[in-house]
Design a binder for this molecule. Sequence first.
Ligand SMILES: CC(C)(COP(=O)(O)OP(=O)(O)OC[C@H]1O[C@@H](n2cnc3c(N)ncnc32)[C@H](O)[C@@H]1OP(=O)(O)O)[C@@H](O)C(=O)NCCC(=O)NCCS
Length: 301
Amino acid sequence: MKYEMLLTTPDDVEYMSEKLDAFYDSIVPPSERPSTEGYVLKVSDENGNIIGGCIAYVNSWDILRIDTLWVDEHHRKCGLGSKLLEKIEYVGREKGCYLSTLGTGDFQARGFYEKNGYQVCGTVENSPQGHVSYSMAKRLDCPILGTVSNHDDGKLHTITFGTEEDGDFIDDKLDEYNCSHATLPNRYERFGKKFVDEQGNLVAGIFIRADIYRTANGTDVWGAANVSVLWVEERYRNERFGSKLLLDIERTAKENSGDFILLDVLDCQSTFFLKHGYRIVGEIQNCPRGHRWYTMKKLLE
Ligand SMILES: CC(C)(COP(=O)(O)OP(=O)(O)OC[C@H]1O[C@@H](n2cnc3c(N)ncnc32)[C@H](O)[C@@H]1OP(=O)(O)O)[C@@H](O)C(=O)NCCC(=O)NCCS
């Protein structure tokens, strides 16, 4: 049988993502929750303007993931961030979550989260270029020690649930903050490769998102390339399809001056990547329950 390597289509990526989700579910059965549930929390001033907010979701493994937390610069260090965090953790606990996870950068809020009980579980240097990113986690099934912030601006701020539009506003505000405190990628490039058999059936595929930076002389170079899906149909495993796809992506990244490849995997998947020269740079224990969640990285030399 002959196999051909082609670029993936959006349908291929959706198909592989579903397969990967089903694979994860077969290892760690999901909770009763039908699917991922998202939440937007907001704090408004007396004129109804949003002055702080948080966006998070609860996944089917009972893990709260905090995607966005932002407080308007005129209202920082008054305890609002801590109150938003406390409230979203309360929502998570109500939904049965035992763990809360998030990512933050050296130009953002590591110290703030540490004061609120989070621990650094992983460190990725040069992500974005010139900065360090941290993965952080906090158990939610331990006794609550109370809020850390003694600061109070004397005003009564009520935290309420916001709409999707409020969420977009909060996201935009965090983006504004990030852009003014770090050099972020100019754009992202998403693409993938697949192997198909003689009938055109997908046998295996990989999909990545690369950070693209524009250099001073106007050329685009890759920073980190994040592998979001690598999937080989069950009956084609151990035939080197996965290795070939991974090597192909690494070669493409190198050709584009890429710095490194990054990926997140469940503990049981890590051996394959260790064999290919990846090393563990982050480890969240008991995530999902009974497992470890690894962040793995390979420098491209
Ligand atoms: C991070 C942020 C949400 C914190 O909100 P806040 O209302 O200012 O925080 P609090 O007043 O509740 O702070 C509680 C404690 O954390 C400290 N803290 C606040 N922001 C901090 C930061 N960025 N880094 C380190 N420590 C911080 C405070 O000094 C305070 O400590 P103290 O009690 O010992 O004095 C807010 O500063 C912000 O929006 N920053 C810009 C966007 C950002 O970085 N968001 C996080 C993305 S991952």
